[in-house]
Design a protein around this ligand. Structure first.
Ligand code: HAM
Length: 423
C-alpha cells in the first residue's frame, strides 16, 4: 500500500487519459478563437471577500463549500470555486475596458468546492467558460449560448437540452420575493430545513430545491415570469426570438434560479439525461451588476461555464472517448557503452528533426530492446552495435514490412524521411 493517497474528491489524470483532455482543450481553444474570445488566466486563490461578495453569503458555495484558509499574515484566502468573480476582478484591476468596449474572455481552469463527492461532483474539477463584459445586448446572451453549443457539437456530443429562464432585475425580484413568501409561509413547516432558512436568506432558491416534498409544495408557486419588469420582459423576449431565429431548441424552466447570487436577466443551463442527478454540464447567465458590486464602473456582462469532467462523462456514455493511439516514430537500440554514447547524439538529432524518438535505458539485450520497440509501436528501429559503430552505419529495421538493411550515418536522415513518407 502506498503511504499517501489523493484527497477525496480529486482525480489523477493518467497518461492514457491526458490525450483526451488535450483534444478537448484544443477544441475549446480553437472555437474560442473563432468566436474572438481571448484567454485570461487568474491565480488559483483570491481574497475570500471577493467570492463572499459576488457569489453571495447565503449560497451553498460560500456558506459551506469553499476551501478557505488564513495565510501566515492572517489574511483570509480562498481557492477559487468559480471563475466569474476572478475574471471580473482581473478585468477591473487591469483596466481591460480601456482596450475594448466589449471584452470577450475565456478560461480553462481547475476549481475547488468542498462538496460531497459523487459521480459528476468533485472537490477539484475543471471548467472552461467564456465571459463577455461591457454590453447589455441580448445578442451577447445568445452568442455565449451558441458558443457553448458549438463546442459540444464539435466534440460530437448529442442529446443536450438547453433550459433558460430570467431572474430579471433586483427591483422585480424584490417585489416577487414578497409574493413568493406569501405563498410559501403558510406551509413553511412542511418544507425542508434548508428551505426554512432560505425563506429568510435567499427565498428564490426555494424554487429549485431538489427535495421531493419541497418540489411538490412548489408545484403551484407563483412565477417570477408572470411579474417581470418591462425591461426584463423585453430582454427575455429578444433572447427567445434570437434563439428561435438560430433554430436552437430550448425550454423554459420558470423555477430555475441557479446557485449564485450575481445573476440578472437571462440564466441558462445545458443538461444531459446521461448524467444522473448532477445533470448540468453547463451553467451561465447575465450578471449586469457584479462589476459595480466589486467597486468598478457599471458593466453589463454575460457568460457561461462548463464542467469538463461532466462533459467527459457524457462523451464516455456516447462512446466519444476513443483512446488516443500512441506510436513511436523511431526506437534506438544500442549494444555496448560506445554505441550507447553515440546514440545519445542521434537521439537528440532525430528529436530535433521532429521525430517522436526513444531508446532503451536499461542496458538490455537486443532481444529485450526489440520487444520494447514493439511494445511502443515504433515504426523504425535503429540498431547500433560495436561493428556498426566502426563502419559508421546503423542496422535499420522497418517494422511494418520487416525490411532490414544497413544505412550509413550520412544517409540516415534522408533514408528515414523516405521511410516515414512510405508507411
Ligand atoms: P456553476 O453552475 O456553479 O456556475 O458551474 C458550472 C458548471 O461547472 C456546472 O454545470 C458543472 O458542469 C460544473 N461543476 C460545478 N461544480 C462541480 C463539481 N463539484 N464537480 C464537477 N463539476 C462541477 C458557475 O460556476 C458560474 N461561474 C457560471 C457562469 C459563468 N455564470 C456566468 N458566467
Amino acid at each position: 500500500m502506498p503511504r499517501f493517497r489523493r484527497i477525496k474528491g480529486t482525480q489523477d489524470i493518467l497518461p492514457v487519459e491526458a490525450g483526451q483532455w488535450q483534444r478537448i482543450e484544443q477544441t475549446i481553444r480553437d472555437t474560442m478563437l473563432i468566436y474572438n474570445y481571448d484567454e485570461l488566466r487568474t491565480p488559483v486563490f483570491e481574497q475570500t471577500e471577493l467570492f463572499a461578495r459576488s457569489i453571495g453569503q447565503a449560497t451553498d458555495i460560500v456558506s459551506k463549500e469553499m476551501y478557505t484558509f488564513l495565510d501566515r499574515g492572517k489574511k483570509s484566502l480562498t481557492l477559487k470555486p468559480e471563475m466569474t468573480a476572478p475574471i471580473v476582478r482581473a478585468y477591473l484591476e487591469n483596466n481591460l475596458m480601456s482596450a475594448n468596449p466589449v471584452s470577450k474572455l475565456y478560461y480553462i481552469a481547475p476549481l475547488f468546492r468542498q462538496e460531497n463527492p459523487q459521480a459528476g461532483r468533485l472537490r477539484q474539477f475543471n471548467q472552461f467558460g467564456a465571459e463577455a463584459l461591457g454590453a447589455p445586448a441580448p445578442e451577447l446572451d445568445i452568442e455565449v449560448i451558441l458558443l457553448a453549443l458549438e463546442i459540444y457539437q464539435r466534440l460530437q456530443i448529442t442529446n443536450l437540452q438547453l433550459v433558460i429562464n430570467t431572474v430579471d432585475n433586483p427591483n422585480a425580484r424584490e417585489t416577487y420575493k414578497h409574493i413568493l413568501k406569501e405563498y410559501v409561509e403558510p406551509n413553511l413547516h412542511k418544507y425542508c430545513r434548508d428551505c426554512q432558512k432560505r425563506i429568510l436568506t435567499n427565498p428564490l432558491r426555494i424554487l429549485d430545491c431538489k427535495v421531493e416534498e419541497c418540489r411538490k409544495l412548489n408545484k403551484n408557486a407563483p412565477r417570477l415570469l408572470d411579474h417581470l419588469s418591462t425591461e426584463g420582459q423585453e430582454h427575455f423576449d429578444r433572447v427567445q426570438s434570437y434563439l428561435s431565429a438560430n433554430n436552437i431548441d430550448y425550454s423554459i424552466n420558470p423555477y430555475m434560479v441557479r446557485g449564485l447570487d450575481y445573476y440578472t436577466h437571462t440564466v441558462f443551463e445545458i443538461t444531459s439525461t446521461q448524467l444522473g442527478s448532477q445533470d448540468a454540464i453547463c451553467g451561465g447567465g447575465r450578471y449586469d451588476l457584479l462589476a459595480e458590486q466589486l467597486g468598478g464602473p457599471p458593466t453589463a456582462a454575460v457568460g457561461f461555464a462548463s464542467g469538463i469532467e461532466r462533459l467527459m462523462m457524457v462523451m464516455a456514455a456516447q462512446n466519444l472517448l476513443e483512446p488516443v493511439q500512441k506510436e513511436l516514430d523511431i526506437y534506438l537500440c544500442a549494444l555496448g557503452d560506445s554505441a550507447s554514447e553515440q546514440i545519445t547524439i542521434w537521439l537528440q538529432k532525430l528529436r530535433r528533426l521532429g521525430y517522436r524518438t526513444d531508446r532503451d535505458y536499461q542496458n538490455r539485450s537486443i532481444k529485450a530492446q526489440m520487444r520494447d520497440a514493439n511494445r511502443q509501436k515504433a515504426r523504425i528501429v535503429l540498431i547500433l552495435g560495436e561493428n556498426e559503430l566502426i563502419k559508421r552505419q546503423f542496422s535499420v529495421k522497418l517494422m511494418q514490412t520487416g525490411v532490414q538493411e544497413y544505412v550509413d550515418f550520412n544517409q540516415l536522415e534522408s533514408y528515414i524521411a523516405d521511410a516515414m513518407r512510405q508507411n
